[in-house]
Structure formats: structure tokens, C-alpha cells
Design a protein around this ligand. Sequence first.
Ligand SMILES: Cc1ncc(COP(=O)(O)O)c(C=O)c1O
Length: 483
Amino acid sequence: MNELEQKIQELEQISNALEPNEKERNLFFDQTKKFAHDFINSLTTKKAYNQAAIDPSSFTIGDKNIGMAEIILTYENEVANKGINAASGSHLGYIPGGGIFSASLADVMVGVSNEYAGMHFASPGGVAMEHELIRWMSSIFGYPEKSIGNLTSGGSIANLIALTSARDKHKIKGSKIEKSVIYLSEQTHHCIQKALRIIGLEDIIIRYVKIDPRSKIIISDLTKLIIEDILLGLLPFLVVGSAGTTDTGAIDPLEEMAKICQTHNLWFHVDAAYGGFFMLLDKQKRAFKGIELSDSLVVDPHKGLFLPYGIGAVLIKDKEAVFHSHHQTANYMQDALKEASPINPADVSPELTKHFRGMRMWLPLQLHGVEPFKACLEEKIYLLQYMRSKLDKLGFSLGPEPDLSVSYFWFETKATDRDEFNKKLLEFIHEDGRSFLSSTKIKEQFVIRIAILSFRTKLKAADQALKMIERCLRKTKLFFKKI
Ligand SMILES: Cc1ncc(COP(=O)(O)O)c(C=O)c1O
């Protein structure tokens, strides 16, 4: 054996640690399995929000390796048990997360086989699976078969891809930027403004269209703004609608918005990141009418399909508009590109190498079928109605009748300033932590939000939350009585 071979062998002895044998793998699986069971079994007794501070030093990467048991303990104590418990059915804040168990098994399989799902050449099966998911979603939203799409890390990147395509279709660049106009409402998710800055449209004109008391875009105002801008010599080019706003779950009047866009040749984008999958319910379809007329839309499986964080989706009708910025070739890609292949995910996204997200969506849909997902979505709508009626009985004021599973409430009081009272109430709710709720501002007034979307939110969790709110309301009244 020469010196080089000897060195390689020495290194192999050390690097072999990265390939545990079957016995070791079984041990790791067993330990991870125990964590998963303990975690899930304790969810109903654990708080949804724990404000306790973390100890950053517990994550230090040192020279010594530590065992799986210790690693799991650190994860459990310092990550899983602190902050918002996003897997809890008592998480009723922001847009609650999912985390269905079967999707996590898909992630294990995908991690083990390390599929390269950015290119058809590397993973024809993986790409075909993602195409089927995009076809399935297109059929839900009435998009044509030939629409293209992408599974992204979440709604923000999905919106970014759609807006980039809109920009390229309308050739918004150079001196055109400052004259071009985008129409949205103050209820539009902030990732849209963020995406506009990222794609070089910081200096574009943004018009905030008036909204009605149910937080929906007022069509007459949209029309008026567009016509005024045309008369001013400006270039209206994009209208953004929401199908389920983050604050109140409101669905904009999509059909009328689509017609205006058709009349004036504008790109119509719908952000349905939160609300989109409610369209699986026959009863809800009417509210989304017109979404099929949009040019692009975003929907998040890590919201409405209850999957673990890390999967959003964008659907776009105009392939050329998408390809303008996202399709690129290079010498080192020549093997991958020589055949006429189905559309590569890498040509529809800023990502080349990516997590093979398709499996974590495809596996649960195949394993459970679509029905339980639909039942779960419908259950969320009813649970919100249930909570609203109970809150009403507790003396709270309620936001308008919701479209989906998000609403808000506040307590009217003469004892002190309304905002001050409700802020204190939310402070007590967060201190309690049994259930987690968040807040927002509606017409400049502080309100408390309930957002029901966790697949684990059941009647029992709703009752628990109501008890906590009642408990905290008593505490708040007492607090203001004393001062
Ligand atoms: C309507 C809407 N759009 C976009 C987003 C951003 O999605 P993500 O957090 O997955 O990037 C959200 C997040 O809650 C949302 O509610």
C-alpha cells in the first residue's frame, strides 16, 4: 500500500462514521421514534406558547460529538418546548402550522434517498410526481392543464416567482418602472411588497385600493384608480387579489377584479396562500369564483393541507413569462438538457438544487385520500363559528362574519382605553400560554385574532381556548379595577 492509499484508508476509518450500520440506524430510529411519540402524546397537555428563555449555549458546535439521546434532549428542551408550539392544536395565532405525521415520514424517505428533483434528467420520477401535484392543484383552481407551477419553500417565494413573471410579461424595466402601477389592498400580505423590492420594483407606484367593512377590495375604487392612472399617462400593469387575507380571512371579489384586468390588459395575481385549499369544499367554491381567470396564483400546502413548514406552491398560466427569468442553461448542464424533457422545476424557480418537497405532499394525499383533508378544512370553518358564538356570549365584540377560518374580537370597555384593555388581555393570554392567539390592527384599533387552521384544533382545543380567554378576561378586568 503506498502512502496515498494509506492516507485514504486512515481517513475512511474516520469518515465511515457518516454511514451508520443497520444496528446503529435502528437505535437512531428507535430514539427518534420515542421522541415523536412522546411529543405527539403530550401535545394536548402542553402549553401552546412558552415564553421561557432559551439557552443559546446549548447549541454550541464543539470539537466533541454528542450522543443521539443528548441531541434529542436539547431539541426537546430548547427548541420544541419553547416559543410557539406550531404543532399544537391550541395554536390559534398568525396562520397556524400543520405537521401531519405521514408527511414527516416522506421527509425521512426523501432525505435517505436524496432525490435530485430540480431536473427531469436526474429524477424523472420525482419531477413527474411534482408535475402531478401541480396538475392536481391546477384542476382545483380551474387552471388549464398546460399551466406550469412550482413547489416552493412557502408562500413568500411562490409570490416572488409569480410577480417576477408578471414583471417580465409586461417588460417592466428601466424607465418604465417609475411609471408602472400595482394595485393591492392594505390587507395584502407583506411578502408582496418584499418581493417587489427584491425583484427591482422598489420604485414602482403602489395604489392601495379601498376596502369595505369585510376587508374586501372595493371594485368601484379599483376601477377609478386604474382609469385615473391611465389618464395621467401612467402604466397600470398588475392587480393583486387575496383569497383569504391573513388578518381576517377575507376573499376579494375575484371575478370582478379579473374582468377589470382583462379590460385593461393587466396581470391578475391571486395570493391564496392561506385560503386556497378551502376551494376543495363545494360549499366554498362560490366565494372563490373568478380565481380561474387569474394569471397566477399562490397556495400553501404547509397551511391549508396541514403539511410541515417548507412547502408552498405557485401556478402560472404563461410559460414564456416564467421562463424569461427562471430558465437558464450552462455548459455543465449539457447532459441534463439534451433531451426534450418535461418542464424542469429548476426552470420555474430561482432554485436549482432543492428539497424534494413533492413527496411530503404526495404521500399523505395517497395514504389518507383527499376526504380527511376536506373534512378537516370544513371542521375549521365550523370551529370558528362555534368560538365566535361563545365569545359573543362572553361579552366580546366580534369582527364581521368571516369567509373562512380567521376572525377577530375585542372587549368594549368604559373602564379604560379600548386598545389598552385588549393589549393587556392579550398579554395575559400570552403569559398563560395554554392556547396561543395573536393580534392585529383593524382601522387602527387593536384587536385579537383567532386563526383556526391546525389539523389538531378540535372542539376540545376550542373549549380550552375559550376557558383561557375567560380566565384572562377576569384577570384583565381586575387589573384595570385596581389601577
Ligand atoms: C396570505 C398569505 N400570503 C403569503 C404568506 C407568506 O407565506 P410563507 O410564510 O409561507 O412564506 C402568508 C403567510 O402567512 C399569508 O397568509
